[in-house]
Design a protein around this ligand. Structure first.
Ligand SMILES: Cc1cc2nc3c(=O)[nH]c(=O)nc-3n(C[C@H](O)[C@H](O)[C@H](O)COP(=O)(O)OP(=O)(O)OC[C@H]3O[C@@H](n4cnc5c(N)ncnc54)[C@H](O)[C@@H]3O)c2cc1C
Ligand code: FES
Length: 590
């Protein structure tokens, strides 16, 4: 493999140096200001050779927006893989699903390597709102229709167990991550009949959640929601701090975590082999691909789930004026709300508000299929109007961001053996808006499958399942995908690249094909093929994040065509159709 070398100031630690630098890492991950104190411990070296494809990781911020959890700098002080390696289990993806799996497997005495091509938590886990809940997004009525009463019961049981497991891990590892148990409230939009809630309550009770009750209104001073369902013993936390705690525990148990390491290929077999983009090999008895959207399953899974972008705003509200709880309504798309204390460290609180007088109100919603709308500002405006009409919101937006969720056709994640693959290759995907619990269920269930223990949830979450009662949704989503191929024969967004303003992008028709053209702030044009390397849909420009988003299965690329998230696993190619040597392979994730 041809590895060109370049010079950087920050030394990449070698594998043997990992544990020292790793401990520096988890401290700085939680509180970036600690980097200043940590710097002397991080060895610097001039003119160090770093493989070119790994270089985009250095402080790169591929999207425009940052979540409340990302305030301050992002650090990735863990080393990249620099030599072939082996372990009992290799986990690809250091989000909540991968990190929980690694943690629980280490507890079982397995040797584990975690690899991620971005920083830990740098995928959707950093963009979540971290409602930790067993009140399922798709409603128990629907889960019961798709999976039967026993399936709904197992779904309730597994999500409840996931909340408990998160709490157990936090307690036993002493993770300081703002974890709190609190109630969750589900209410209907103004003017809508509460019948839906009554039916949902019956389904919830049949699923075994006997403590859920119907009450007259949510406990909010200025907003009479009307009747709502109260789900007791839900939870919330700070996802980045939680992952930092998991990282620390993983490293203490002897687990190895390599960031800036892109896995190009997973080959099944005994053992399985993972090939990195740099040509290195990891050998493992079992592989977990926890990359949010699996790149190793080309078609099967992606016909059964659909990508949606969702939008979030954070506001300051006077401390103590909004009852701390989780809130959702039943609109389609629904709104989701929670509170978060202001951070205590100065750089972040300076950006977000006054910790003495305010807390953050986080409000999300306005979802649409990825790559099929480009009107984020209107969506943020509607969210703001909705929030101001219901909550005592102070001046200004403190933070805004978007992210992607993967909705399965039958409301539950796909966790288990990858269909049509070797028996030791596992995936976790299709979280919907429930990745905190689904990611934790993945950790529990995949650990059981790998150590050979039976698990009552394995059939429910089996990625190979066929849910005939959800065939209407299957058809709808796949007809929608088929329709996207129509953009091969339409014109471009603009007549020519001359019409593209600095700092923005547009799809331009060039003969028989289409080009994703981005003009940078200096006026220079950067052109790639607009054809998604996954299954050939035409990507769309996203003004809000300055990304190219695929409307078919949710692959996303930064403005210059670098891969951000799958199922594609390579960058957009040059408009000539030849691979672009200047376009590095994915090194930073959404
Ligand atoms: C705005 C928003 C709000 C949400 N709110 C909630 C909520 O309130 N509650 C809830 O439970 N869930 C919520 N979710 C969903 C939840 O955040 C996600 O489902 C969850 O974080 C996904 O975790 P993950 O570990 O599967 O994936 P990720 O966190 O995306 O991690 C995957 C990792 O894999 C890495 N990777 C990908 N490909 C490769 C490769 N080839 N080689 C190496 N590494 C690779 C990426 O860099 C990334 O770090 C929300 C999501 C969004 C966007
Ligand atoms: S993500 Fe499947 S074609 Fe683009």
């Amino acid at each position: 493999m041809n590895q060109t070398t370049r010079s950087y100031g920050l030394k990449q630690s070698t594998n043997s140096e990992l544990s020292c630098n790793s401990l520096v890492f988890w401290e700085t991950l939680v509180n970036p200001t600690r980097l200043v104190r940590a710097l002397p411990q991080i060895r610097f070296q001039k003119q160090l050779s770093v493989p070119s494809k790994a270089r985009a990781i250095m402080n790169s911020k591929p999207e425009q927006t940052t979540s409340v959890w990302m305030q301050g700098d992002r650090f990735s002080l863990l080393s990249a893989l620099t030599q072939d390696d082996e372990a009992d289990v290799c986990v690809v993806g250091a989000g909540i699903a991968g990190m929980t799996s690694a943690y629980l497997l280490l507890k079982e005495g397995r040797t584990v390597i975690v690899v991620d091509d971005g920083p830990i938590g740098g995928g959707q886990t950093e963009r979540t709102t971290a409602h930790i809940t067993n009140a399922l997004d798709d409603r128990y009525m629907e889960i019961e229709r798709w999976h039967g009463q026993e399936g709904a019961r197992l779904a309730a049981e597994s999500h409840t167990a996931a909340i408990d497991r998160i709490e157990e891990i936090i307690n036993s590892e002493k993770i300081d991550c703002d974890f709190e148990r609190l109630d969750g409230y589900l209410f209907t939009p103004i003017g809508e009949s509460p019948n839906l809630l009554e039916q949902e309550l019956q389904a919830v009770r049949r699923a075994g959640l006997s403590q859920v009750e119907s009450i007259l209104s949510c406990p909010l001073q200025n907003f009479d929601t009307g009747p709502c369902l109260r789900f007791p013993r839900q939870a919330q936390f700070h996802p980045r701090k939680y992952l930092a705690g998991l990282a620390k525990a993983i490293l203490h148990m002897g687990g190895r975590i390599f960031t800036q390491t892109h896995i190009a290929k997973v080959e099944s077999g005994t053992p399985a082999r993972l090939r990195t983009e740099m040509g290195l090999t990891i050998t493992a008895e079992a592989v977990i691909v926890a990359t949010n959207s699996p790149f190793n399953d080309f078609v099967t899974i992606h016909t059964k789930q659909a990508p949606y972008l969702t939008y979030v705003l954070a506001f300051g509200v006077p401390r103590g004026q909004v009852t701390k709880a989780l809130y959702w309504d039943t609109e389609n798309p629904y709104h989701y709300v929670r509170l978060q204390p202001m951070p205590n460290d100065v750089p972040a609180s300076a950006m977000l508000g006054n910790p003495l007088t305010e807390e953050l109100l986080i409000v999300g919603g306005e979802d649409h299929k990825t790559g099929q709308a480009d009107d984020a500002e209107a969506r943020y405006d509607r969210l703001e109007t909705w929030a101001r009409a219901r909550f005592p919101v102070n001046e200004g937006r403190r933070c805004h961001w978007s992210g992607q969720v993967l909705e399965t056709i039958d409301g539950l994640a796909f966790i288990g053996r990858n269909p049509l693959d070797g028996p030791n290759i596992f995936i976790a995907t299709g979280d919907s808006g429930q990745g905190m619990t689904h990611g934790t269920i993945a950790g529990i269930l995949l650990t059981d499958l790998i150590v050979g223990r039976s698990n009552p949830w394995s059939q429910l979450y089996d990625p190979a399942r066929k849910t005939l009662s959800a065939s209407d949704r299957f058809l709808k989503e796949n007809l929608n995908v088929a329709a996207q191929y129509g953009s091969w024969v339409t014109g471009g967004d603009v007549e020519s690249s001359e019409a593209i303003a600095p700092g923005t992008g547009a799809v331009v028709r060039q003969g028989l094909t289409k080009v994703a053209a981005y003009r940078d702030e200096h006026g220079q044009l950067h052109e790639c093929s607009a054809v998604c390397p996954h299954l050939g849909c035409i990507v769309q420009w996203n003004h809000n994040e300055s990304t190219w988003d695929c409307p078919c299965h949710g692959s996303r690329f930064d403005k210059k065509g670098h891969l951000l998230c799958g199922p594609a696993n390579t960058n957009l190619v040059q408009s000539t159709g030849l691979p672009d040597a200047s376009v590095e392979f994915k090194a930073v994730s959404v």
